[in-house]
Design a protein around this ligand. Sequence first.
Ligand code: GLU
Length: 428
Amino acid sequence: MSDNSFNPYEMAQQQLDGVAEMLALDPPTRNLLRDSLREFNFTIPVRMDDGVIKVFRGFRVQHNDARGPCKGGIRFHPQETIDTVRALAMWMTWKCAVVDIPLGGGKGGVICDPHDLSAGEQERLCRGWVRQMAKNVGPLADIPAPDVMTNAQHMLWMLDEYEVIRGERYPGFITGKPVGLGGSLGRAEATGFGVIYTLREALKELGIRPEETTASVQGFGNVAQHAIRLYQQLGGTVRCVSCWDQQDRAAYSFYKPDGIDLALLQGITDRFGGIDKSQAEARGYAILSGEAWIEQKVDILLPAALENQINAETVTQMNDSVRIIAEGANGPTTPEADRFLKEKGIFVIPDFLANAGGVTCSYFEQVQSNMNYYWDKDEVLGKLDQKMTAAFIAVSDLARKKNLFMRDAAYLIAVSRVASACKDRGWV
Ligand code: GLU
């Protein structure tokens, strides 16, 4: 993160306050939505490979479940904080609401760096997280999923622990499971593809042909890699990708003006999305600073890493060529940067709409797990495209009709759906 004073929870609340004004929400509803319904903050003792017990801190925040059980990923990150998890849980509520799936919002985390943990230590950490949370999660209460630095293997360990505790099989307890063990085909692609389904619709609306566009991507994890694949299939050219280098503890951008070769870069990337610099250089890539991705002369920026990347400081470095920002990450753009983007007339596909493909496919996974009957990949991705396209069109129609910034239109739709559910239940 470039700014130490950045607090994502304050940012999420500030965004909500803006939309609460626009909707003239009554104070009780506003107060309810500004805060989490429930928060869990706990320790997880883990026996490390050397026999020493290390105590980790874990979190789960359930922001709102008026529209259905809470849903959201679990992040493993050394800089995790309760406020980050609170913000992400709130954003999950809006995300599920904007794509109109019957789920609420939650998020979890553990302060840890999986780069430094063996597979066995990670397994014991996952099982420990579930032991602490088993009473308060479940298919009808709160359904976890993967997020930053967690994957299908982590989900399977968590599922197994939950089932050991419950003494029965609960395939709908968690999503993002491995295919063949309760996972859905298409889940791995879902978030990245979802970003591109919305980008495709945005290009249509702006009358731009994808084949004539160029993009710069921040991040090279699961979301970025699948987004790049589908964008390239539509004919787009990715000029630059950035990623985190664990060895140097720094980020770098990899630049190739005629377009990156996705398969080549994937072949020289570690499991956390770190691209090997010397091999890339040998293949003709210019290695630039971690921030250089934002300065590129491209039509589209695709932040797909962490929060607070397009902020008051970095937004001014953006090239005048940029017309669209498709937010693959959660919370990549701060409200200060948003003001600048509004003034410049940049078309922003806001995070909780653009990256809703992951949770939408998680919802499909849960439906399949509960039926214990699994769809083929085309069916999953077809349904995903329909949901994402319908949500994009609803938001962009409202934005056009009321002359709103896309983020404000998405917030209006999502928050009013959640506020109505709270009211209809008689909570406020
Ligand atoms: N972690 C993803 C997100 O931020 C997916 C959550 C889920 O599948 O529940 O949307």
